[in-house]
Ligand binder design. Sequence first.
Ligand SMILES: [Ca+2]
Ligand SMILES: [Ca+2]
Length: 482
Amino acid sequence: MPSRRDFLKTSSLASASALLPNLLSAIHHASGTNRMNVLMIITDDMNDYGFYKGYPGIQMPYLDAFRESALTFRHGYCASPVCGPSRAAVFSGLYPHTTGAYLNGSDPWREESILSKTETLPECLRRNGYYAYGNGKLFHAKLTEGRIENNFDNQPHGGGFGPFHPEEDFLIPAGQGGAPRFWGYTPDYDGPDDDFPDVRNAKDSIQFLQQSHEKPFFLAYGQWRPHTPFTAPKRFFDLYDFDDIPLPPGYLKNDLEDIPPTGIHLSKIWGPRWDHTGASDEEKWRKTLHGFAANHTFADWTAGMVLEALDNSPYADNTIVVYWSDNGYHMGEKDHFEKATVWEKSALTPFAIRVPGMTPGGTTCIRPVNTIDIYPTLVDLLNLKPPAHDLEGLSLKPLLQDPASPWARPAITTYGEGIFSARDEQFRYIRYPDGKEELYDHQVDPHEWKNLAIDPIYQPVKNRLALWLPESWAPSLGGRNG
Ligand SMILES: [Ca+2]
Ligand SMILES: [Ca+2]
């Protein structure tokens, strides 16, 4: 188990708001830095199963412990439900409908686009005197050579999705005719932990935290798991009894019957991938779930290594921790496998922030927020000189100080050009380019089974959430579904 620092003392002091500036100043003074550091842990394709206990039995002890000293955004959503565009939104502070970075496989940072002229979060931090160090999966899309140096003081080393596994049984068809890809199932993997980039990069991050740093730092650790392939060391599979692997509680047969055609299209967007992973073969479905669960616990362990190193370092009390996933994930819900939909399963992301001396640890905020809010939040918390361009998210500082603060804005998630959803504390509203709609009431329907959009009684709710539709959609920078 990770060490659990006692943040209670600073949290209770912070509740006397008049003392807060003095407290933060004392922390800064004690650490010899003028500004807090930032540790950002980005996880990949992690949904609500473990983090929000949306699926029975997934073990994530390190993140459970971390959340005891952090504020969890129970309604934290991504701006885009796929890797590259979600990360582009976080690092630019701009929505996909502003940048045109809608799909994976585009090259948004290297093309002539608004992103090529946007100051990223690491660039902003560096201009403000920070030392930026990153490793693992960060932007996902490639940066130009000069841009990498602008973002990081080191040359970030990625590591990739491997190790892979040769058995054909575990290949899934790629969308749009590409080569089959491995989704992985390795209950007997006997290689060393260092086979896994997440382990090597965690060790590298730990080494960084054990060094002395003169400047305040931004340390970004980008995990490759629990994204496919679901390859992990054997001991993480052994935590789960395959015979007891339940099917997802959010799965409902014929759930698509009340869904408009574009929604059905999203469900089938990757061709037979869902058929291959479970629809026609329950044992394979359970294997997929077993692999996903094992990889949640594996990702929890590697994140825990880094969090524990921080807590055992001189930086524990003057480092903000931001933990987020780039998108959620379907495991058969809505007859869909993976992401790239605007339903709750793809849009909801693990999201928690710890600000020593500010966040009341172990608390949950239910206001609908978006990972696009991370950039303006750090600008606010660290008193950074902001970028020249607008940031379209909002600072979460009021919620970090008081999770019950008023919050008027829903969380917006879009996919592609024109597919829109807005989530407030109770409802999810979806509108497709042809004007067709979905509406779900999470108070009574947490799995979004019953589309209420045609019921006229809900017209005011739809009107309220439709106010957040983008006025225009930037031309797409290209890419592919997948
Ligand atoms: Ca992802
Ligand atoms: Ca339904």
